[in-house]
Ligand binder design. Structure first.
Ligand SMILES: *Cc1c(COP(=O)(O)O)cnc(C)c1O
Length: 407
């Protein structure tokens, strides 16, 4: 199997006007070494076969494509769910971690590092580190360590070292700086495993290709089940990796609409949201140019602002550069759904299908009625595929709290 897909970025990792390499000089050799290794691995059958074998035997791929008939009836469409929630560890993040960890081993790097906000990427990284027998250090803002104690415990049980970062706002962006510092200092033996289609090149491109298995499977499974391509493919967007992975299967099919759904938090107008593409502006964050959320008050004008979402995985003030390019070209349409809309959609999926999804995923589901309504206006029953990016177990405390239930 070959991992390479179409749509390579341009020079310096550009996607249209976006992407590019905005990093310190000291980081350039590490990124160049990584990119060369990725370019070789992605066209190497042996490497692709190693990835495919672990995705099959360890992750449980192919993930199911399930026709959600009762949900479909409720939203007015023929709806299929791509069940990434059934993967080992309960979400799509493991697809990317398997690929990067195997690349680390191929490059002779004996140590994995990562940064994590809510802890989900930290857990996925600690999982593959244990699987391959690699020591693993996870950087996490001290604030997040306190808020996400269960995930910290999971990482430690898996054998990882969790380093609380006390600088700055003691959250994700400070953890990211710390991870970069570690990488620059220990580049000879260390691999930095980034969890979404963000960061400096080659990460946005590499992570999309490692997640493209979602779209490739969904496309083949839909053709087998329905004999045709969907009218629309829908996914939630935090950094944008599950969406990019699903979209990769359909981006060359002009008739398939692509919809990305961001988190509108308390509502975009309140300023407390994570709708980076919908309400942010162009800027540079974590080594590449994309859209970012920034402060608008004169004292902090242009500085990166905190994102807000009920779902920890969408709570990121940036977004992958390829999404910025897709927004600009119009190939993908983006909208945002609020915390309350996501909670309602989570409840609807639970009651109609017996599936408890992640709060991130619920944002994609919340957009279904409007997308289905618009498609139905053109006649016929719309066929829609949604990426069910993760399971909801991790979010049950949050959901209970929001519903006013004490557990
Ligand atoms: C992390 C996460 C997301 C958001 O990340 P993307 O890179 O945008 O895919 C979405 N859903 C789940 C279940 C997650 O864990």
């Amino acid at each position: 199997m070959i991992l390479a897909t179409a749509h390579d970025p341009g020079p310096h990792g550009r996607f249209g006007r976006f992407g590019g390499q905005y990093v310190a000089e000291t980081l350039m050799p590490a990124l160049a070494e990584l990119e060369a290794a990725w370019r070789a691995a992605r066209v190497d059958d042996g490497f692709g076969d190693e990835v495919a074998a672990l995705l099959r035997d360890y992750v449980g791929r192919p993930s199911l494509l399930y026709r959600a008939a009762r949900l479909g009836a409720a939203v007015g469409a023929r709806v299929y769910l791509k069940r990434e929630d059934l993967n080992h560890t309960g979400a799509h993040k493991i697809n990317n971690c398997i690929g990067q960890a195997l690349l680390a081993r191929r490059m002779g790097k004996r140590r994995l590092i990562a940064e994590t906000g809510a802890g989900q990427h930290g857990v996925a990284t600690a999982t593959v580190a244990a699987l391959l027998g690699l020591p693993c250090v996870i950087y996490m803002g001290a604030e997040d360590v306190a808020r996400q104690s269960l995930n910290v415990f999971r990482m430690k049980l898996l054998g990882a070292t969790v380093v609380p970062v006390e600088s700055g706002t003691r959250t994700l962006k400070d953890a990211m700086n710390e991870a970069l510092r570690d990488w620059v200092t220990h580049v000879a033996d260390t691999f930095y495993l980034i969890g979404s289609v963000a960061g400096p090149p080659p990460y946005p491109w590499m992570v999309r290709e490692l997640q493209a298995v979602i779209g490739a499977e969904a496309r083949a499974q839909l053709l087998a089940a329905e004999g045709r391509l969907p009218d629309a493919a829908v996914a939630c967007v935090g950094g944008g990796s599950n969406a990019a992975g699903l979209f990769a299967g359909f981006v060359d099919d002009a008739a398939v609409e692509l919809h990305g759904v961001e988190a509108a938090g308390h509502g975009v107008a309140t300023g407390e949201h994570a709708a980076t593409l919908g309400a942010g502006r162009e800027g540079v964050l974590h080594g590449s140019k994309s859209y970012v959320l920034t402060h608008t008050d004169p004292a902090r004008l242009g500085q990166i602002a905190a994102a807000h979402s009920v779902s920890a995985g969408l709570d990121y003030p940036g977004v992958g550069p390829e999404h910025a390019a897709w927004k600009e070209s119009g190939r993908v349409r983006y909208q945002a759904r609020t915390d309350d809309e996501a909670l309602a959609a989570l409840g609807q999926l639970a009651r109609t299908e017996g599936i408890l999804c992640a709060l991130e995923t619920a944002h994609a589901l919340a957009a279904l009625p409007s997308i289905a309504g618009e498609l139905a206006g053109r006649g016929g029953e719309p066929l829609i595929v949604v990426c069910l990016s993760g399971r909801g177990d991790k979010d049950m405390n949050t959901v209970a709290q929001r519903l006013g239930v004490t557990l």
